[in-house]
Write a protein that binds this ligand. Sequence first.
Ligand SMILES: NC(=O)C1=CN([C@@H]2O[C@H](COP(=O)(O)OP(=O)(O)OC[C@H]3O[C@@H](n4cnc5c(N)ncnc54)[C@H](O)[C@@H]3O)[C@@H](O)[C@H]2O)C=CC1
Ligand SMILES: O=C([O-])CC(=O)C(=O)O
Length: 274
Amino acid sequence: MTTQPRPRRRVAIAGLGAIGKAIARELDRGGVDGMALEAVASADPAKHRGFLQSLQTLPRVRTLDRLWEEADLVIEAAPSRLLREIVEPFVSRGKSAIVMSAAALLDNPDLIDIAKANGGQIIVPTGALIGLDAVTAAAVGTIHSVRMITRKPVDGFRGAPFVIDNGIDLDRVDAPLKLFEGTARQAGKGFPANLNVAVALSLAGIGPDRTMVEIWADPSVTRNTHRIEVDADSARFSMTIENVPSENPKTGMITALSAIALLRKMEAPLQIGT
Ligand SMILES: NC(=O)C1=CN([C@@H]2O[C@H](COP(=O)(O)OP(=O)(O)OC[C@H]3O[C@@H](n4cnc5c(N)ncnc54)[C@H](O)[C@@H]3O)[C@@H](O)[C@H]2O)C=CC1
Ligand SMILES: O=C([O-])CC(=O)C(=O)O
C-alpha cells in the first residue's frame, strides 16, 4: 500500500512574544507533522534576530499585511489591537487564522462574516482555559448559566484598562481583592490581556452578555487560576485550572501548548475531543 502525504500546510506567526516564540520553536523542530513555519511578523525584527537565528530554518520576516503571501494559516499572537490587521488578509482569501486575542473578536464580529463569505476559518483554541469541549457539547442542548472566577497574582493586572480607569493602586493590594464582576464582554474590554479566556468561554457557550465573570487580584496565588461553573440541561460541571505563568506574567504557559495541540489535531489521522 502506498501512503499519500498531504501537502504541507504553510504557517505564519504574527507576534513573537511568549506564545508566538513557543509555537515557532515547536514548528521549527518538526513538532507538528504536516506543517512548516514559513514566515513571522515581529514589532522589532532586530530584537528577535538572536531568536530567529536559533531556529534550524530561518522563516521569512514580513510585515503583518504581507504574511498572507507566505502562508495558508496564520497564528495571531500579538497585542489585541492588531487582530483585524492580522486576520482579515487571511480569512478574506479563504485561509485560516488561529486567534489567541479572542476578546478582540467582540470588537470585530464582521471578521466572522468575512470568513464565512470567502471560505476562510477563524479558530480559537482553548488556550489558558479548561473544559471548552464540555461547554460546546452542552451548548448543543440548553445551557442555563456559565460563571467564571479568575484569580491572578497582582502583577498580572498591571496596565489593564479597568485598573487604570478606576485608579486602582495595585501596589497597595495585600489581600485578595475583587477587581471586577460583570459579563464576559465587559471583562474582555476592561482586561483585554487577561480575560481572553472568558470571551472564548462565552463564544463556546451562551455568549458574552450572559457569561458572568469575577476577577480577583490575589497576592496569595502564584498561578493564573480560572474556575468555570456550568449548569446545563445535559450536565452540571465545574473545573479549575491553575496555570504556571509564562515569560509574560499575564499569560499562562499552557496557552502556547494549547495552540500547538490544536495544530497537531488539525493534521492528525485520529482526533480526540470535541
Ligand atoms: N486565548 C488565551 O487563552 C490567551 C490569549 N492571550 C493573548 O494572546 C496574545 C499574545 O500573548 P503573549 O504572547 O503572551 O503576548 P506578548 O506581549 O508576550 O507578545 C506579543 C508580541 O507581539 C509583538 N507585536 C507588537 N506589535 C506587533 C506588530 N505590529 N507586528 C508583529 N508583532 C507585534 C510584541 O512585540 C510582542 O513580542 C495577547 O493578546 C494575549 O492577551 C494570552 C493568554 C491566554
Ligand atoms: O493566561 C491566562 O491566565 C489567561 C489570559 O491571560 C487571557 O485569557 O488572556
